[in-house]
Write a protein that binds this ligand. Sequence first.
Ligand SMILES: CC(C)(COP(=O)(O)OP(=O)(O)OC[C@H]1O[C@@H](n2cnc3c(N)ncnc32)[C@H](O)[C@@H]1OP(=O)(O)O)[C@@H](O)C(=O)NCCC(=O)NCCS
Length: 148
Amino acid sequence: MRDIVLEWLDPGDPRMTEVHALRHEVLFAPFGIPRDDRWDDEGADRLHIAAFRDGKLVGYANMLLEPDGTGHVRQVSVLPELQGGGVGSALMTGIEDEARRRGIALLTLNARTTAEGFNTRIGWRTVSDVFPFGRTGVPHVRMEKRIG
Ligand SMILES: CC(C)(COP(=O)(O)OP(=O)(O)OC[C@H]1O[C@@H](n2cnc3c(N)ncnc32)[C@H](O)[C@@H]1OP(=O)(O)O)[C@@H](O)C(=O)NCCC(=O)NCCS
């Protein structure tokens, strides 16, 4: 998407406060889950990518570097009013580029079934049946993308 700037953020970056609010608004508030900013973001094995437009945070995702050499993508969140405008795919391209740079050949994620179509469109394949997952318990599927 034009005008979108991607940036990898350190978990101590003050802009992570905006990230906390975005993740809550997009991923948990719709299910009535109270905000809890204990996101477990610290650690060299977790990388945080943010999308900005005009300096304002509009999207976020993170990648966990797994001990087996794969990358696990989590918490892909786009500001509701900008969903469908290319921010999510820009974030996923940023993650893939970084993963390739690190020699990662396989990415995995657990997708809400409502987001399965988005991931399929950008080259992911579903490798599980539907299962309830995480704090929301909403239906998810396991997906993979081979990038190496
Ligand atoms: C799912 C999400 C991350 C996608 O990001 P986005 O910025 O809205 O997606 P994009 O605009 O980059 O979409 C890329 C393509 O996928 C399509 N797409 C987007 N969301 C889709 C969906 N839920 N189902 C099917 N296709 C979808 C778009 O139409 C677009 O197609 P095009 O290239 O032909 O125009 C975003 O909508 C979001 O934050 N949703 C709520 C939270 C969520 O479900 N996160 C994922 C948790 S696993």
